[in-house]
Design a protein around this ligand. Sequence first.
Ligand code: ATP
Ligand code: MG
Length: 569
Amino acid sequence: MKISELFLPTLREVPQDAEILSHKLMLKAGIIRKIASGIYSYLPLGLRSLKKIEQIIREEMNNTGAQEILFPAILPKEIWDETGRWELYGEEMFKLRDRKGREFCLGPTHEEAVVDLARGEIRSYKELPKTFYQIQTKYRDEIRPRFGVMRAREFIMKDAYSFDISEAALENTYSKIFNAYVRIFERCGLSTVPIEADSGAIGGKVSHEFVVKSTNAGESTFVSCPHCSYAGSIDAAKSKDENLSSSEEEKPLEEVATPNAKSVEEVAEFLHIDKASIAKSLLYKIDEEFVLALVRGDDELNEIKLKNLFSANHIRQAEEEAVKKLTGASTGSIGPVKTKLKVVVDKRVSTMKNFTTGANKDGFHFKNVNIERDFTGEKVADIRKVKEGDLCPKCGTPLTMYEGVEVGHTFKLGTKYSEEMDAKFLDSEGKEKYFVMGCYGIGVGRTLAAIIEEYNDKYGIKWPVSVAPFTVEIIPLNMSDSEIRNEAEKLYKLFKERNIETIIDDRDDISAGVKFNDADLTGIPFQVIVGRTFKQNGKIEIKKRETGEKFIVEEQDAIKFIENIIKEN
Ligand code: ATP
Ligand code: MG
């Protein structure tokens, strides 16, 4: 490809709405362009890299025995009604009607579609296992689209769905695909940590997120143990129960005035007590029920854990109006004593003695509150967010926290969807059984962004060879010098003959400086420079974009040199 003909609109200025580096670079280097919030077009360079990632995914998925298919993006409401997800998916689902008024959505994921296919077509255990995958556009009306294609509203996903005869067989399929994921991300130049995760709206039992650590582009928070293999997303992570129970004598309950003190900090300061001796009370609406949740004053409540505790679909903090109505007080003054509400107590709170809570009366708190004596907790459970320094649930080492980008997600679904959609096969004894399923996603665009987030410097992108839009860029420094021009064109032809993906900066009205800047910005792994050294002694300069190293080689050795480096990679 000749750069003079390539559609490569680079930008000098950093676009204002781009917060993270990869997003800025994708705009600057002519990789993507925005058409609406969270909706992007891929330009030629971007599309070439995207296709490379897709190809790596294809090869590795095919190796597991999975078969590629292609579902439609537009899906009828009826199949979503069978699983209840037409409602459950909520506002994130893009919905539309056809001219006859029939309802459809733009698929945010394809479990319903694949189960609908399988239940009509796969009849016998002899046809199992089967794994289908597709690389296709997904639609999710994200509340906060951001970071360019990292969290977009239209994005390309590789999604796969497996069908097995039993949990044991699923285990085998799951581990094959899990290993394929490790290889896929490795080949893309990303080191990922597989993390035990919450299954979110997809449901199911076990799930792993493949996370790339990233301080700046972190989309989610994760914890990991520096000593053993334990890792978890903040939504699901646990910590070791510490023995905190105290032998303190129970003191008499005491109501104290706390004028204007609402937050835990304010109450602690006013009463000269430690935050950890306060139990924070929060009123939640969990599906249709109101629940008072208690966590220690220095802890944060984990809404996902609380939601899962009730196997609920929706959770939100109660509005002030409901708080007033149900407790007689406003949010900063509510508590568990003498309440008719169902109370859920975090495990840590359950070990506390003589603690402080709101008195369900504005401007007042109770001191010396004790469980059993002053109120009963309906449930005691782990509903707090794990914090830096909490102890690993497996080995007891203090946990560390970091930000990361989830590029892939694998789930063991079991029979959740096949039961809901009545999808069965006949087993070897002729008995009807529900398919045991797994599902497996990779964000293709997000992976591309994560690669750029990882591979860059102040001059631009530094593509790993495996996903670079081109491998080599030939830079003739002066096109009006016929020797230079001829040599560059000769090399261009030779590289192409060797099937090395090559681009030539044949623009003749551009200074050498601009060519270098553009080459560094677009980040092709090898720059083959035909200029001063060529004029002096017929030699070629090769710059490795990744390290900035420069090598002077004989003209006839240029191809060998690059082929060798590629081989080494
Ligand atoms: P997240 O927690 O980031 O919202 P998710 O759990 O909703 O992700 P899945 O439903 O598991 O995501 O989708 C599979 C993969 O698709 C994710 O691992 C991620 O790489 C990608 N993905 C999900 N949502 C988006 C999005 N809005 N934009 C780009 N990629 C996405
Ligand atoms: Mg999501």
